[in-house]
Design a protein around this ligand. Sequence first.
Ligand code: BES
Ligand code: ZN
Length: 453
Amino acid sequence: MSNIQSYIKENQTRFLDELFGFLRIPSISPEPKHKKDMLSAAEYVRKAILQAGADHAGIVSTDGNPVVYGEKTIRKDKPTILIYGHYDVMPAEPLDLWKSPPFEPEIRDGRIYARGANDDKGQLYMHVKAFEYLVRSRALQCNVRFLIEGEEETGSESLKKFCIQNKEMLSADIILVSDTSMLDEDTPSITVGLRGICYFEVKVSGPNRELHSGLYGGAVVNPANALARIITRLTDEQYRINIPGFYDDVMEIPQSERNEMKKTPFKLEEFKESIGITGTAGEKGYTTLERLGIRPSLDVNGIWGGYTGEGTKTIIPADAYAKISTRLVPNQDPEKIRVLFENYLAQIAPEGVHVTVKYLHGGPGYMAPVNSDAYRAASMAYEKVFRKKPLPVRSGGSIPIIAEFEKILGLKSILMGFGLESDAIHSPNENFRLNVFFKGIETISHFYGFYCA
Ligand code: BES
Ligand code: ZN
């Protein structure tokens, strides 16, 4: 057994106790009522980094949620790794679908169940523990900086400002991030592409009060019906997005890269079965993996308005709402898409109702090179632990700050994720496999070994 393996074995109970303490804090960034929890989670991370061996670690308040910054300097002439992660999590609703409460972590069938178990508290904690091992075993050969935020799930606005204001402090050779997934446990992968995002809330307002649907129905425009019409006009029957100009900056991927992608082991039947669907659909001419990785998409995240209680109530709602997001590919500019979306909605708004669009957040996509020292180090680290060379993959998910790191700090990120499809991030019963948690710590410690050698 290697040193890191025995260190993990000797300390695994403590690692889990510590992670569980972190998971118990409901640091849900999209819900304003959790302000205090955001601070507790930040404080938890600060202490963890310090106890793991940082020279210092502090909390910096922002207009939004606090940023945690910590560092350990070995020697000025050594490379510097900047670790990024987030302590905020998504809302846990619908709560009744959780087998155990989302903020009371529990181990079942070799998995940790809790909101944030994977995304990103579990993955972030692996970094803290890998760092702890390197410090305590005196094997650390790089300077390390930790930059942990609490707004990833809401667009990272405050961290963006923080980066602009603290360029010097954040200088590094590479940013290391574990907030993505692997193809599966037997097929490790390194994420080389992320999609961007643009998120809106659309409100359709109609009459000045809810109306009796018998006395007014048929003569007054119903905001919920109007919203449904608007939504159907956003995409066509072929799953293409109808917004004029939307595809202008979408780059076609060279056939050679598409051929490479075809080699990625992906089992459509298993994919469908795992999420309980009978068929997939999406843009014509593209495979499921391509639809996720190299093409944009548009989805309604939630829709409400009118009477949704038990039984019936015969009314025409006064207004109706939808939360709508688009996923963008790397060359698309979220600011441009925002304008196109707003203009198109103004253009298709039915007469008789008033449509307003609120832009909630957005961020660009990202591409990472495979011919870098960091990629090679990551590749060797995965191979050492998972006994297979990882494949480069383009993910459909977004981490908006990653492109900003490149723009503001001039730094590339290496996306060493350890999530699995079955981890159900953002869903009820989010979980993280215990053995992946431990293997992740091991892999990260080897990354340091290869990168800093
Ligand atoms: N960890 C995810 C992103 C992710 C997961 C990327 C798996 C690739 C593979 C992250 O926490 C996330 O969910 N990001 C949001 C960003 C948005 C709210 C601005 C997303 O993608 O929905
Ligand atoms: Zn997430």
